[in-house]
Design a protein around this ligand. Sequence first.
Ligand SMILES: NC(=O)c1ccc[n+]([C@@H]2O[C@H](COP(=O)([O-])OP(=O)(O)OC[C@H]3O[C@@H](n4cnc5c(N)ncnc54)[C@H](OP(=O)(O)O)[C@@H]3O)[C@@H](O)[C@H]2O)c1
Length: 222
Amino acid sequence: MLGPPVTVGPSMTTIGFIGSGHIGSQLARKAIESGYDVVLSNSRGPETLTALIAELGPRARAATAVEAAAAADIAVVTIPFKAYLEVPVEPLAGKVVIDTNNYYFERDGRFAAIDEGAQTSSGLLQAHLASSRVVKAFNGIQAADITADAHPAGDPARRGLPIAGDDPEAKATVAALLDQFGFDAVDAGSLADSWRFQRDMPAYGAKATAEGMREKLAAAVR
Ligand SMILES: NC(=O)c1ccc[n+]([C@@H]2O[C@H](COP(=O)([O-])OP(=O)(O)OC[C@H]3O[C@@H](n4cnc5c(N)ncnc54)[C@H](OP(=O)(O)O)[C@@H]3O)[C@@H](O)[C@H]2O)c1
């Protein structure tokens, strides 16, 4: 499970995206703005990402999902949850993988283990990516707000966003990334705890400071 520490910082890190839709494209915009290189992928192939790459500029390129995973220092999986078993495993080994996914049974079909409370969607992704270090983040913020509602540290308007993961070092890496992107990371515990900020929970989609977010996480009832 352990891999080398990732130092996050502009010009040092490539963020590889599995999924380049509403959230993937917005996180890519924020990453470029913050000085990172990005490699984007989707299900249809790199040629369908031409317009987005042109918008993002020379620090962005399009690739297949396997290539984006291989190029990533940090990966982002941001796809409809039902496709999680298609995420490439081997090229993500040892890497920090940010999971923005939400389980919507209306879109994804029924997953009994989640419905019964025995699993979380992020726990299932971690089981699939057994040699990676999955951190759930950015699952409860509207895509547009990733660029429109980011604020510098100390700004009273700065939002707290929950993160969860089983590897403390990976969580610290993702918390540092959130900080650079303009958000305070709020530690919500392990992947097994991540139900606390899933759909229908008080923390899900909430616009709150870090302190407010901690209160909403504590108020969650499964
Ligand atoms: N929209 C939001 O505001 C929001 C907020 C927080 C979290 N989320 C969650 O984040 C995830 C992504 O949401 P979204 O709104 O960005 O979805 P979206 O706009 O539908 O984009 C999904 C992306 O995933 C790609 N994709 C689908 N299957 C794939 C596969 N097997 N391999 C590689 N790429 C694949 C799609 O590519 P193609 O277009 O080529 O199929 C597309 O680029 C979802 O789980 C969603 O619930 C969404």
